[in-house]
Ligand binder design. Structure first.
Ligand SMILES: Cc1ncc(COP(=O)(O)O)c(C=O)c1O
Length: 346
């Protein structure tokens, strides 16, 4: 794909492209936006280096210095790091494993805590819980945030990875009337994290985002955007998505069955309707930091312990995340058996 572009459009791929992103890439994003419940044009997007850069830019424009960011808990450790590296505070909200944060809790936090700069949520198949904010909750949340003029930074990186046969969940952005929702995503979970093609649809913050993006990195690489745009344009991406949705649904099923078989009896396991991570809750007395260290040191098995998913080191002591992205194999089956055995012995 990239090699073909380099040969066929050599002069264009070596040049700078528009700081907002290659027009062909933004046109494809605008075309796809209706799947997310949004009516957006190519000018409503800025192409970024993955979701990570989109989130960092969003925090920069949305949050005054020293303000706090409301997040679901547990949440993806990269999000916590990006927030804290900007000198902002993290406020963790209780999160239902199926339906995410409660809009009423968001309202309460805004009322009772000083200086809330933004709310940052992974609204569809969060990492690590796999929770999905139902439409009604998305609508209420956007309305509460708008009433309080607090921006929502929405990370939709897993939104296309719903289960085969289900419907693509819409975004909170689809309810945004004030331009206060900054929608961030990428192809990192669906196609290739290494290509670093992501985007932000920043609503009323567009001009400031574009200025920051231009000042900081000028633009994203041209060749990857052109190649991805072509992949999106001719239906190859949709065919690919259909294939990986089936793959991840099957993976979640296989990993879950093995965990039920091998892990101690009182272990609880999430049932995500999309994405590819499972959240495991052991007996309250089991410390998963110890378990993860033993799995790594003695058996070279890597699992993500709870501590990295919370800014507060005291939460989720008995939990861990298991990623189901690698194809099922006898080796993975054995690794899960080993973790189950170690957990039983701690
Ligand atoms: C919820 C979430 N947001 C953002 C990222 C980073 O995405 P990117 O590779 O597009 O920067 C990840 C990566 O795991 C993630 O899980």
């Amino acid at each position: 794909m990239i090699a073909a572009k380099a040969r066929s459009e050599a002069a264009e791929v070596v040049g700078y492209t528009d700081p907002a992103g290659h027009p062909k890439m933004r046109k494809q994003l605008a075309r796809r936006a209706s799947d997310w419940g949004c009516l957006l044009t190519a000018n409503d997007f800025v192409v970024t280096n993955g979701t990570s850069e989109a989130l960092a830019l969003a925090l920069q424009v949305a949050c005054p210095p020293d303000s706090a960011v409301l997040v679901e808990s547990p949440t993806y450790y990269g999000i916590l790091e990006i927030i804290q590296s900007r000198g902002l505070r993290v406020v963790e909200l209780p999160t239902d494993p199926r339906t995410g944060v409660s809009p009423d809790d968001v309202a309460k936090a805004i009322r009772s805590l000083p200086n809330i700069g933004a709310c940052l949520l992974v609204t569809n198949f969060s990492n690590p819980l796999g929770s999905e904010l139902p439409e009604e909750k998305k609508k209420k949340l956007v309305s509460i945030l708008a009433d309080n003029e607090v921006p929502l930074i929405e990370d939709d990186i897993f939104g296309d990875l719903y289960r085969s046969g289900a419907r693509r969940p819409i975004t909170a952005k689809s309810f945004d009337k004030e331009g206060l929702v900054l929608l961030c995503s990428s192809i990192s979970k669906t196609l290739a994290p290494g290509l670093r093609v992501g985007w932000i649809s920043p609503g009323k913050f567009r001009d400031r985002i574009l200025q920051l993006k231009t000042n900081q990195t000028l633009t994203c690489p041209t060749i990857t955007q052109m190649a991805v745009a072509e992949f999106l344009e001719h239906g190859a991406y949709d065919a690919h998505l259909r294939k990986i949705r089936g793959f991840f649904s099957e993976q979640l099923q296989r990993f879950s069955s093995a965990i039920i078989r091998y892990f101690p009896q009182n272990t609880r396991i999430s049932r995500p309707q999309g994405g590819f991570v499972l959240w495991i809750e052991f007996d309250p007395k089991l410390n998963t930091t110890k378990l993860a260290a033993r799995a790594m040191n003695r058996h070279r098995i890597s699992v993500a312990p709870r501590s990295i998913f919370s800014a507060n080191g005291q939460n989720f002591l008995n939990c861990l995340r298991i990623s189901c992205g690698y194809p099922w194999s006898a080796e993975i089956d054995e690794a899960l058996k080993t973790i189950g055995r170690l957990a039983g012995a701690i």
